[in-house]
Design a protein around this ligand. Structure first.
Ligand code: FE2
Ligand code: FE2
Length: 331
């Protein structure tokens, strides 16, 4: 018996399972690295939680006639964790701070994923799925808030750890700024791509507008770096590398509506990663006594927060539209 709506829901469930499995592994690795024990404990606990999450999703998938496979996980592919752990040249404490930023973005991505899953469940009349998706979303929100509550202290501690090695405040601050500049460069390109792929005019417009805003952020950050005597050649962004912007999702055969929803989820993760990045930049600038960089970081952070909110508002409508499309094709 053909049931395209159920098939689509099951493929979302498989995706979510794959993502949680991936996060379970990544968070366990994060918990084992660095030197900030409070951060490590929190990330290890989040790993244990991810395990129970994919187990609950697997149980539901089996009840819906599916079988958990090791295959594709769109979200897991979008958030590439491995290069981060392998990245060298950072202090042990800084690594912990970066892991917090990545986890913050991942928790945001998962909140978006469960928003879309709950929407699909509602469209398919599956109350049990809606309830599970909402429960898991609350758990992700809990991770998100926990990370936020210790992010600044972690950044301050990392900064101090580098000063203790004999570096000057400016020497420690500059890489943060360089990283932000490289991230903005990469995000601008990506936002333009999201805009082109968007089906709804308001989504298209939102992405284009933020691409322009991002370009301006890049310009202002670069001016700030130059004022500090730095140059933007050869910048590599750690944060931008967390996002794998060319996942293989296109070949799975998802339609344009599906793609739009995925881009929105990805964008929500990116904007939140930026919110965390600017929180750290503002904090270390404040400690370094660099008021100009601090206020620029706060100004840009507000733009990222506003964008994250706008993106969030588009996720459920986009997910709904994608499900309607499945129905139409089935009819
Ligand atoms: Fe930005
Ligand atoms: Fe942004």
């Amino acid at each position: 018996m053909e049931n395209p709506v159920q098939d689509r829901i099951n493929s979302y469930l498989e995706d979510a399972i794959g993502a949680e499995r991936n996060f379970e592994k990544a968070l366990a690795a994060f918990g084992n690295s660095g030197e900030q024990t409070e951060v490590q404990t929190m990330l290890s606990d989040a790993s244990d939680k991810a395990k129970t999450q994919h187990e609950r999703l697997e149980a539901l998938l089996v009840r819906r006639g599916g079988s958990p496979s090791e295959s594709k996980a769109m979200l897991a592919e979008m958030l590439a964790f491995t290069p981060l752990s392998a990245q060298a040249g950072q202090g042990a404490a800084e690594k912990n701070t970066q892991h917090l930023m990545v986890t913050f973005a991942a928790a945001a991505a998962e909140m978006a994923m469960y928003e879309s899953l709950a929407t699909a469940g509602a469209a398919g009349g599956d109350a049990e799925l809606v309830e599970l998706a909402q429960t898991l979303q609350r758990e992700e929100l809990d991770d998100y808030e926990q990370v936020w509550s210790i992010l600044r202290a972690s950044a301050a501690d990392s900064f101090q750890a580098e000063l203790d090695k004999g570096k000057s405040p400016e020497e420690v601050l500059r890489p943060y700024l360089e990283d932000a500049i490289a991230a903005e460069k990469s995000f601008e390109t990506q936002l333009l791509g999201f805009s082109k792929e968007a089906v709804h005019p308001e989504v298209q417009q939102m992405f284009r507008q933020h691409a322009e805003e991002t370009k301006e952020q890049y310009r202002q950050l670069t001016a700030r770096l130059e004022a500090m005597g730095g140059s933007t050649s050869m910048l590599k962004s750690l944060l931008a590398h967390v996002f794998n912007f060319t996942p293989k999702i296109a070949q799975i055969g998802h339609d344009a509506y599906e793609r739009q929803t995925q881009n929105l989820m990805m964008a929500f993760a990116v904007e939140n990663a930026e919110v965390a990045m600017y929180e750290c930049l503002a904090e270390v600038s404040a400690i370094a006594g660099d008021a100009a960089t601090e206020s620029l970081a706060r100004k840009i952070q507000q733009q990222e927060k506003n964008t994250a909110e706008k993106v969030w508002g588009q996720i459920a409508p986009a997910a709904n539209r994608a499900m309607e499309e499945v129905r139409k094709k089935a009819a």
